[in-house]
Design a protein around this ligand. Structure first.
Ligand code: AHR
Length: 510
């Protein structure tokens, strides 16, 4: 294990960088710290659910995973997919477990045992202290089935479907507020893939029908699967024009991977900034063109680092099996720094992004890993997410980085939040340079800074270092030597590092 004291100042002299704290730019919705559980690989089975595990709860939930989910600070979890939902019949996952059918899942070419379904998921959410976000099947599914799921989940009692839920053990309605109108229907890989016109019409009909039951639901309409889709931009325009007065959020997904150029990979957050700016501009354009006053926000409900070349695992010839070990990416220290910078980007778009979900949660491209019988552990990417989720205040303040000597790689990035009471400011700082340390000087003017309450650094000498079941803390936060001198906070960020600094302030200032 390495300590922060081991951190070098880099091959070249440290670069001085000033960070200026500006005006409030948005409210950081707690749901920016969401995640995602899909019936995929060992995300559910052997991930959140393992009845035989030593830590298992009476419901068969892994207790050690629940503890880590709480520590991670996740607020909302999307379920059951993902690509999976477009072939899923929710009825297969309810009722007596021994009577549930085993089915082929054609999205991931696996066998779905259906021993975990909607009721188990909502019970798991209650145990984890997170809000459920359910996706309905608008791929191969239809609106009637979506309405039946809504009634099953939310109607108190006295109808066939709500009484069925009660017989299945859930006497109280699940009261799910957040609903996704399908998943990635812009993608040719999606079961039930459609054109933007077809999907826009379908989503409008589904949203109207769901609102006929409950006008107060929060509905998320499908946007683009990534920034490289040929239809990116036009899809959002077409779909939103047809649905703007019926929905609350426009979904988008994006994943980043190291394609052999670490510096380019470390700039992933610049691409996320551009992606979110373009979607926000499209929403504003549709609002203007339709004269709609509806406040539609972005739901970035899948984001992460993911080497999706692992899709190759799904090539023809793959044998259908239950809970296969697929997409179990071992995250590196460099990945953790990128995830930290993506979180900065999300916070810095708090004016337009209402929901964000790190995809996914356990085993499958997740910040948590779990092996049968063994204790679960934190991947490298767990740390920046947990640090931000645990410390973010309600207001995001503008952070401007100044004094960059080398414009070829704008190495230092920042995000800043403040609590509503004004008694804490949290700074999230990254140094994306692989060679040069940064002497960061933050002027906390008019915030009434009185002392540092937390200063942690995520750094490792090896960008490819990972955490494993045998070495679970190889990459972990260590104390950062930060100083507060009046209004000036100073800290040195070693090359390829990410830090969180929390400062106590006089309430009511700023
Ligand atoms: O998160 C893995 C997959 O990525 C999801 O199932 C899909 O929505 C996306 O393409």
């Amino acid at each position: 294990m390495v300590t922060a004291q081991d951190a070098p100042r880099g091959a070249t002299p440290a670069r001085p960088v000033a960070v200026a704290v500006g005006r409030p730019i948005g409210v950081a919705d707690p749901r920016l710290f969401g995640s995602f559980v899909e019936h995929l690989g060992r995300g559910v089975y052997g991930g959140i659910h393992e009845p035989g595990h030593p830590s298992a709860t009476p419901e068969g939930f892994r207790g050690d995973v629940l503890d880590l989910v709480r520590e991670l600070g996740v607020t909302v979890v999307r379920y059951p997919g993902g690509n999976f939902v477009s072939g899923y019949d929710w009825r297969d996952g309810i009722g007596p477990v021994e009577e549930r059918p085993r089915r082929l899942d054609l999205a991931w070419k696996t066998i779905e045992p259906n021993t975990f379904g909607t009721d188990e998921f909502v019970a798991w959410c209650r145990a984890a202290g997170v809000e459920p976000m359910l996706a309905v099947n608008l791929g191969l599914g239809d609106i009637r089935s979506a309405l039946h799921l809504l009634e099953y989940a939310n109607f108190p009692a006295g109808t066939a479907l709500s009484d069925e839920r009660i017989r299945n053990g859930a006497t109280e309605p699940h009261d799910v507020r957040l609903w996704c109108l399908g998943n990635e229907l812009d993608g040719p890989w999606q079961l039930g893939h459609r054109s933007a016109e077809e999907y826009g019409d379908l989503a409008a009909r589904a949203a109207s029908a769901m609102r006929a039951y409950d006008e107060t639901l929060e509905l998320v309409v499908v946007g683009s699967s990534n920034a490289d889709m040929a239809t990116f931009g036009t899809w959002e325009h077409t779909v939103l024009t047809k649905t703007i007065d019926l929905v609350d959020h426009l979904s988008c997904h994006i994943y980043f991977r190291d394609e052999g150029d670490l510096d380019a990979f470390l700039r992933s957050a610049d691409r996320l900034d551009a992606f979110l700016d373009a979607i926000a501009a499209t929403i504003a354009h549709v609002q203007a063109a339709t004269r709609s006053t509806r406040d539609v926000r972005i739901s970035l409900d899948e984001w992460n680092v993911w080497d999706f070349r692992a899709y190759d695992e799904l090539k023809p010839g793959r044998v259908f099996e239950e809970a296969p070990r697929i997409l179990e990416q071992a995250y590196t220290h460099a990945d953790a720094v990128v995830v930290g910078t993506l979180l900065q980007s999300i916070l810095n778009h708090a004016d337009v992004v209402a929901i964000a979900a790190l995809a996914q949660l356990v085993n499958v491209i997740g910040p948590i890993r779990a092996e049968p019988g063994a204790p679960a552990w934190r991947q490298t990417t767990f740390h920046p997410f947990a640090a931000a989720a645990q410390s973010a205040g309600e207001t995001v303040l503008a952070a401007t980085v100044e004094g960059e000597a080398d414009a070829s790689l704008e190495s230092v990035t920042a995000a800043i939040t403040r609590t509503a009471a004004g008694d804490r400011v949290s700074l999230y700082l990254a140094n994306r340079s692989t060679t040069t340390a940064a002497d960061v000087d933050v002027e906390l003017v008019a915030l009434g800074a009185t002392g540092i309450v937390q200063a942690d650094l995520l750094w490792h000498p090896d960008p490819s270092a990972t955490n494993t079941v045998d070495r679970p803390d190889e990459v972990a936060p260590r104390p950062l030597a930060a100083t507060l001198d009046g209004d000036r906070l100073r800290a040195t960020l070693p090359p390829l590092s990410w830090a969180v600094v929390r400062v106590a302030c006089e309430p009511g200032r700023g």
